[in-house]
Design a binder for this molecule. Sequence first.
Ligand code: NDP
Length: 284
Amino acid sequence: MGKIIDGKAIATALQERLKEQVAYFAMTVGRKPKLAVIMVGEDPASAIYVRNKIRACEAVGVTSEAYKLAESTEPAYLENLIRKLNADNSVDGILVQLPLPLGFNAKKIIPLIDPKKDVDGFSQMNIGSLLLDDKKGLYSCTPLGIMQLILSTGVDLTGKHAVVVGRSNEVGKPVALMLLQHNATVTICHSKTKDLGEFTRTADVLVVAVGQKKLIKGDMVKDGAVVIDVGINCDENGKLCGDVDFESVEPKASFITPVPGGVGPMTIAMLMANTLKAAKGNVQ
Ligand code: NDP
């Protein structure tokens, strides 16, 4: 039987530790860390993510400042807001909720965020820091959370074969680099990979970040694999489901994350960790 990795419990425990560290920061520095969250438009999923991020700030004692801009906002206004927040010393972290509405170019907007305040870790500078293993950088939250979940199982990644399905800049590529830094042998698969199962069946650790419901079936997974399901999809009954067919994969996995309650809560906990890290960097 597979063992469920309880992302919610691990994230809650991490947030408890962060709460103490944030309180210590506030006591020694004389102010709380501050996160500015910018959302443009009314995308309902984004609104839920933003609400959860603001709630997490409240839970760990981080001050949050939400900027809700109408879809009709001129891109120049958003660009100026980012420049203003970059220059504001009381702001430690800046997050622009993606996706941005049509008419906004995220590739142009995200690089405007000061890398030291880029708590999502999406800027070129921070991705470069990850590539070069420069620990001072702010790394992408979901991959950071995935690594915490994998390490929580006690598995030693050295020499293990890790297969990452998906090569997005936000999840697939950075998590592959992190696995490499932990001495795993890493294979990255994507939509052009021929015979996906041939690769996934050799994985000791399988990370799936694709965005296609239940793509990975039990016969594509090796006995005893650690399986991390990043996907957030709706099944035929409108229920949340992952990229992994939990029913057929769970009996084969040694450890597996559920959807919901796996990677999702960790992403937000790591955002809080990054905000504290940025705040510490901002007072030095
Ligand atoms: P993207 O759409 O940016 O990337 C998807 C990747 O999957 C691409 O690299 C694509 O390949 C690959 N892919 C698509 N179809 C297949 C296939 N049939 N076989 C193999 N590879 C395939 O998605 P993200 O990385 O941003 O997100 C992936 C999933 O994770 C989504 O469901 C998203 O909602 C979820 N997510 C969850 C988070 C959380 O906190 N839990 C955070 C972020 C994302 P190619 O490059 O060739 O197109």
